[in-house]
Ligand binder design. Structure first.
Ligand SMILES: Cc1ncc(COP(=O)(O)O)c(C=O)c1O
Length: 482
């Protein structure tokens, strides 16, 4: 009993007393306010050291909150890409809605279990409602379809690929004859998903693309016919609605027709592009998404939610269940509850109330500002596109969504563009990233953050122009007057 008392005294240190709790909350809140208020002036990218972090050891005794917040400030939140900033225009920026962070805090604090409806009926209901809303975005049938909220697009794609594999009964005995179709622009997380599901042993076909980096429907059909003729089993086509490099949208209706003809699973990776369905003008470009068997959307991209939110949707919920549902006798108390368990529609069992970080902002703000922010991004992209061409850059293609891919022309060995992107990273005012397409180095500007507005785009253009000058690259309007 004495030992128990001693242990209880020490273990109770894990529970802060009310006064101390509000002190820590206040300091964390001040930190958050300072961070948010400073965001407009913070650079998009900063190099820095991690000296304090490296020397801080996990100790038997605690460290004061001030010291920890100081390390966060100087060595975590001020180093690398400032992903919460509107000046992050590289890769596919994540958002960072403040209202979502409030939901995360509440979800962690209340620690509601969201894996099984019996344990957390309310949190599971919230997930259910978010999924229903997502189904409506891609025009999937509400009664028939269902989905799962994941940590991101990679896990969401994994769940979709696994469902396709299970539905088509691909296993070790027939995988060598199974054929999967993508393009060179398919996101590499699909390859990870294939590896995880054993499907990397299938035959993988890279379908040629047209000049807009879209999968060629003709080439796809020809390849599938040829494979079928050879006795193989074409079973999965991976289309993309918004490729990472250029934002290309595959011709989803054409691919849907072909998949129907060959009875193949039609998957759409719309991690980046899917939420543009909220903008009326984009519906036509994304038309056909509703004909897919599975689709991935990433709320932590184009719904501006902080990192940690992806979603997979299946047109047929029964396929999702049979690919993910397991029973364990120790969970028998939950069997009588007639509700969809997130544990039966995805890979995880225990999970936090992940849906709250989407549900709360959607309810608090309403949908209107989300639509406006996405439409704003599309218009800003057109603005950037025109300005960058006027500076003398060549572009890889007309932007379909909110990415502009550009390079200084006549740079055979890519050295000028390499120098330019290095200077841009050194400069750091705005973060841009680079990529290689057909052996050429291209610089990318991806306008995805809800905090990227005209001001940030103008800062990016000014930064590019100043770094061009430093490299003695002349803007096109000056070249004309030589
Ligand atoms: C088109 C596309 N699919 C999938 C992913 C992977 O998503 P995540 O990074 O959320 O795992 C990305 C990431 O940028 C992407 O752009």
């Amino acid at each position: 009993m004495k030992t128990l008392q001693q242990l209880e005294t020490i273990s109770k240190q894990l529970e802060q007393q009310a006064g101390h709790r509000s002190l820590i909350s206040q300091k964390a809140n001040e930190y958050a306010e300072q961070f948010l208020n400073g965001l407009d002036h913070m650079p998009g990218y900063t190099k820095g050291s991690l000296d304090q972090l490296e020397s801080l050891q996990f100790d038997e005794e605690g460290t004061p909150i001030d010291a920890l917040l100081d390390i966060l400030k100087t060595e975590v939140d001020a180093v690398g890409i400032n992903a919460a900033s509107g000046r992050h225009m590289g890769y596919i920026p994540g958002g960072g809605l403040w209202t979502s962070s409030v939901a995360d805090m509440l979800a962690a604090l209340t620690n509601r279990y969201a894996g099984i409806a019996f344990s957390g009926p309310g949190s599971v209901k919230i997930e259910d409602q978010v999924i229903e809303w997502l189904l409506s975005i891609v025009n999937y049938p509400q009664q028939q379809g269902y989905g799962n909220l994941t940590s991101g697009g990679s896990t969401a794609n994994l769940i979709a690929v696994k469902a396709a594999r299970d539905y088509h009964q691909i296993n070790s005995s027939n995988v060598k004859d199974a054929v999967i179709y993508f393009t060179q622009q398919t996101h590499h997380c699909l390859h990870k998903a294939l590896h995880t599901t054993g499907l990397h042993e299938a035959i993988l076909r890279y379908v040629p693309m047209n000049e807009k980096f879209q999968m060629s429907g003709d080439a796809l059909k020809e390849q599938m016919m040829s494979d079928k003729w050879d006795g193989l089993k074409p079973f999965l086509v991976v289309a993309t609605a918004g490729t990472t490099d250029t934002g290309a949208i595959d011709d989803l209706n054409a691919i849907a027709d072909i998949c129907k003809e060959f009875k193949a699973w039609f998957h759409v990776d719309a991690a980046y592009g899917g939420f543009f369905m909220l903008v009326d003008e984009m519906n036509k470009k994304l038309s056909g998404i509703e004909r897919s068997d599975s689709v991935v959307l990433d709320p932590h991209k184009t719904l501006f939610i902080p990192y940690g939110s992806g979603a997979v949707l299946l047109r047929d919920k029964n396929i999702l269940f049979s690919s993910n549902s397991y029973k364990a006798s120790y969970m028998k108390d939950s069997f009588h509850v007639d509700a969809i368990n997130p544990a039966d529609t995805g890979i995880e069992l225990s999970r936090h109330n992940r849906a709250l970080r989407i549900w709360l902002p959607l309810h608090l703000h309403g949908i209107k500002p989300f639509r406006a922010a996405l439409k704003e991004k599309l218009l800003l992209t057109q603005y950037f596109f025109e300005k960058i061409k006027a500076l003398g850059f060549e572009t890889a293609c007309e932007p379909e969504l909110s990415i502009v891919v550009f390079r200084w022309p006549a740079d055979e060995d890519n050295s000028i563009n390499q120098q330019l992107i290095e200077r841009i990273h050194e400069d750091g005012r705005v973060f841009l990233s680079s990529t290689i397409i057909n052996n050429k180095l291209w610089i990318r500007c991806a306008l995805v953050s809800h905090r990227s507005h005209l001001r940030e785009v103008d800062i990016a253009l000014q930064m590019i122009e100043e770094n061009m000058q430093a490299l003695k690259l002349k803007p096109s309007f000056l070249q004309q007057h030589r």
